[in-house]
Design a protein around this ligand. Structure first.
Ligand SMILES: [Zn+2]
Length: 248
């Protein structure tokens, strides 16, 4: 029996009882074949072999693959399969409608490469979750290692779904449809915290990290807004998949 299977069989009950914090402790560094250090998920939630999903989120090349990225929003089944194949644990959220706000489909990510922490659960459309995972995997984690020399433990968010209008406008925000997430900062494995509010204008490594992950989010999300846009965004990055384009 493979180790992953025996772990599931013997420890399923125990795992259900484990908190996210304990799950995080199971994250570990692993040496890839080429000696390159990579992040491995716990044995009980391994990603399938690369290439086993129609849209392979494990491959860096997906970042520039316009057709496949569009497929995430056009084909719900392919999107969910892509998330699962990449080793992301998620639950499907029931449809939610509140006047003009709401969504028919959304997922709540329970475990990705790092812990997506927010005050409340974050239901988000599958394409938003998949792009968040791509951003985390191929942009945020490598940038943290490059500039700060540490893996990322947490992505701190304010939230995703909220029935509200765009500040100063009549139209509803993409948050009203679970198509947007607000990212406040990051916590590294070594305990350091990086805050959009405090560090975006930092001249050193923390600022370089934040500016790079902001700029490269523009290539993935439809709208990326940060402190350079306006005072409403001084403390977070707004990332959305609403179909308009803006990078500020
Ligand atoms: Zn926002």
């Amino acid at each position: 029996m493979k180790k992953s299977h025996s772990l599931i069989a013997l420890g399923a009950g125990v795992m259900i009882a484990l908190s996210c914090g304990v799950l995080l402790a199971n994250w570990r560094m692993a040496e890839a074949a080429g000696g390159e250090v990579r992040f491995a998920r716990p044995d009980y939630a391994v990603a399938r072999p690369a290439g086993s999903a129609a849209i392979d989120l494990q491959k860096y090349g997906v970042l520039g693959d316009v057709k496949r990225l569009a497929g995430l929003s056009k084909n719900l089944e392919a999107c969910r399969d892509a998330l699962a194949a990449a080793g992301v644990d998620f639950t499907i959220a029931p449809a939610e409608h509140d006047g003009a706000c709401g969504y028919d489909e959304a997922v709540v990510v329970d475990a990705s490469l790092s812990d997506w922490k927010a005050p409340d659960a974050m239901p988000m459309t599958c394409d938003l979750a998949a792009k968040m995972h791509l951003w985390e995997r191929h942009v945020v984690i490598p940038a943290a290692e490059k500039y700060l020399g540490s893996p990322v433990k947490e992505i701190k968010a304010f939230g995703s779904f909220q029935c509200r209008r765009v500040a100063g406008h009549d139209r509803l925000s993409e948050h009203a449809f679970a198509k947007a997430a607000d990212i406040a900062g990051f916590v590294l494995e070594d305990g350091r915290e990086i805050s959009v509010l405090k560090d975006f204008r930092n001249k050193g490594a923390k600022g370089d990290f934040l500016r790079e992950v902001h700029d490269r989010a523009c290539g993935l999300f439809d709208v990326t807004l940060g402190p350079d846009y306006n005072a409403d965004h001084a403390n977070h990055f707004h990332l959305d998949v609403g179909g308009q384009y803006s990078c500020r």
